[in-house]
Write a protein that binds this ligand. Sequence first.
Ligand code: HC0
Ligand code: SF4
Length: 560
Amino acid sequence: DIAIAAIGAGRRAAEAIDQYLLKGMVEQPEEPYTCMKGEWQSLPAEAFADVALLDRQEIPVHPPEARIRNFDETTTTWNPEKAMAEASRCLSCGCTERYECTLRNYATQYGVTFEALEKTTPLPIDANHPIITRDTGKCILCGLCLKVCREMEGVSALSFYETNNVLTIGPNDHRPLDLTTCVACGHCTTVCPTGALTLKPTLPHVYRAIHDPELTVVAQIAPAVRAAFREYYAIDAADVMPVLSAGLKQLGFDYVFDTCWAADLTIMEEGTEFLSRLAEGGVLPQITSCCPAWVNYCEKMAPDILPHLSSCKSPQQMFGAVMKQYFAKQLNVRPELLYFVSIMPCNAKKYEAKRPEFQTDGIPDVDMVLTTNDVIAMFRERHIDPHVLSPVPLDDLFGKVSGAGIIFGASGGVAEAALRLAAERVTGRRMEGFAYEGVRGLQGVKETTVVLGDSQVRLAVVSGLQNAQNLIDRIRSGDAPYDLIEVMACPGGCINGSGNPAPLLTSDTEQRLDVLYRLDEDAAIRTSQDNPSVQDIYANWLGQPYSEISHHALHTTYRR
Ligand code: HC0
Ligand code: SF4
């Protein structure tokens, strides 16, 4: 019965069988079990009962379309019927959704019948991209990747093209994906229903590291992860970080820190850079550089804009430098034996961590990046249930974070955090209110002017690269009268990153935003400059913001 279910329900059932095999409840079937090969449509519903028990009840389903549902239809026509007609070309191994096979659902919806596959000429696999593998043979021309790349990210790296007399989707000039305009946002991999576009695996590396007795394994958790994690497990916002920390400790991590600490450090550097550009007539507007997909976009599509980018590394990479150059010394371990893992809402962060600029003598500052989805998968694999974990506080030394650091995860948050520093520096007075409403909200473009003492700061906050391109055009034509611009590639900011579970409704995104602003309101410290452990690192190591040591450790340059 179980074997029948395995044929019927694809990878999901195959995993269930794995569980049975592990427990010694069944013997290895003679035929290997693969998804989508059998005549599952004729199976009785009871065949699925066991599988349903194992996972269907507990796994919320995030269909790929959910990610793009909230965005306006414009040019791309997605034709699922045609896609499924093409689908008979390859159905045997494309499934990447472990718990809910979207392809199978479409097949049911559109009445596709499967035939035995004949051997076809394999199409080339593009594994050149640092984080994405493109296996053209699995493409069913559904067009979702195209749509998300063009309409949500504003990149258009993909299009229909023909290779070996087969119509497929990919870079239209036959170049490897990494050499196109692809910014490595990763959104296409989250919507691909067949595994034609997949992320390179990261979990095995992390499992290996936490089982290596020689390594000290440290995690950092990005601001926007907490909002998605709270939503996914329906736990209280205030408990998310200690619960997540407890889960990571149970997995085998030695230390757990909050990237918001490094966001505070970034504000000290980026805010100081901004004030000095203002005072000394530097290149304005200054544009934020913490979103790696945005940096990729600038390098590939608008190198003339690079002088506007802040020279600051992103919080992820600043924390990496602090780990390898400072924390390793505190622990008395060699930097190569400190394995630093980021937990991010974003796949472009995987790309960023692999950049050669962020390595010293071949040792990366951030060794591996996991997404929120990856951590959820690890918790499942290790049967860690956040609902029953006893919360464990984050580790000391970098344990205190400000509300300014927390709001980094929302579009407008970096600008607001910088304003909180600039306001005090310019006026010389302590702040009374902290909220800058003009930069908050989910609109793709926000513009506001803030009065600081005798000066005015003109800001623009942009999310979604399509909006960024409009802004670039305005900067080029001299029609962008701003001092500071924040750009995030994903609409709404990191809360909508491709590494977070897809928000099913617009209200989910609004709630994620809300969670970050509520955590900020409840925070004991509201500004980066008031964070005592950030003050400590200046006293103990860096000296002043924008000092020579800071420049060496925390700033970077860009590729043209
Ligand atoms: Fe973000 Fe970040 S806020 S880019 O969205 O600046 O990924 O959450 O971690 O680095 O802090 C993502 C989120 C980060 C960085 C921070 C910035
Ligand atoms: Fe387009 Fe992002 Fe996929 Fe690159 S990673 S092809 S930019 S959707």
